[in-house]
Design a protein around this ligand. Structure first.
Ligand code: NDP
Length: 256
């Protein structure tokens, strides 16, 4: 049964692509009981112009927060900035959307440098790890809010993280650093799902589909609008059975 998404919702990598569309649809579809913290590495920069315009169109609904998920100090500062606004209310939904794919093209073994592996891991795995860690434990209760009865951490993963499906997906998209980092993100999801059970936080990984963004490219079959419509429907229908699972944007389970 879908629930109306309420409370304090934080989206990382919200200045473009899927993150921007997530913030847009959340701003349009949630009521007064929701507030969106939209994170960008450079709130004042030109790449955040569309998010600033969106914020102006929804006065009082969206707060832009400076956040580089690969920088621990930036994460601490962002958590502090959010906490200054929400006090003990805590976050209700955290969407770890920010991600990178390196090297730019195929990510074949011969084209991949050690630094690509490290950088992608740091952003796609250590970022979500640190945000949940700092966000949850620096001042409890961070996520749960007894009046809302729904708290979730959503880790945006990918179908090509699936180890079982690797023989089918590998030749079309080798992408060593990217698919390995997202497989690690899936394990993070599984661990957090166990760890945060007692906090009643649902932790789930979602594959957005292959989507027309800077990362997905123009040949992708899905628009950001349709992908996000699907993902928000999945998020608002999450229940205990989805803890620690990898779902796609239509709610289908993807095998690990
Ligand atoms: P884009 O490349 O279009 O956008 C990526 C976003 O992440 C940007 O807002 C970017 O900000 C932000 N970001 C990157 N690094 C950092 C960082 N260190 N700190 C903070 N923000 C950062 O990607 P998509 O919108 O397509 O992807 C969103 C998520 O969906 C990713 O996790 C991706 O792996 C996943 N995904 C996408 C698919 C697709 O087909 N598009 C398929 C499967 C999964 P900035 O502008 O500052 O670079």
């Amino acid at each position: 049964m879908p629930v109306e998404l309420k409370g304090n919702i934080l989206v990382t990598g919200a200045n473009r692509g899927l993150g921007l569309e997530l913030v847009k649809q959340l701003a349009e579809t949630t009521g007064q009981e929701a507030h969106i913290y939209a994170c960008s590495r450079e709130p004042e920069g030109s790449r955040t112009e569309a998010l600033r315009q969106l914020t102006t169109r929804h006065p009082g609904k969206i707060t832009i927060i400076k956040l580089d998920v690969a920088d621990e100090e930036s994460i601490s500062a962002a958590v502090q900035a959010v906490q200054d606004q929400i006090g003990d209310a805590g976050l209700n939904i955290l969407i770890n959307n920010a991600g990178i794919r390196k090297p730019a093209l195929s990510g074949a073994l011969s084209a991949t440098k050690k630094n690509d592996m490290m950088e992608v891991y740091e952003t796609n795995v250590v970022g979500p790890f640190t945000i949940a860690k700092v966000g949850l434990f620096s001042a409890e209760p961070r996520f749960p809010d007894a009046s809302i009865h729904f708290s979730a951490i959503i880790n945006i993963s990918t179908a090509i993280s699936s180890i079982e499906k690797c023989p089918e997906t590998f030749s079309a998209a080798q992408m060593y650093p990217y698919r390995i980092s997202k497989a690690a993100l899936n394990m993070l999801t599984r661990c957090q799902a166990e760890d945060f059970k007692t906090h009643n936080i649902v932790v789930t990984a979602i594959h957005p589909g292959w989507v027309q963004t800077e990362m997905g490219g123009e040949n992708a079959p899905l628009t950001t609008v349709d992908s996000v419509l699907g993902m928000l429907s999945v998020i608002s229908s999450l229940s205990n059975k989805d803890r620690g699972m990898l779902l796609d944007w239509q709610g289908n389970t993807i095998p690990w």
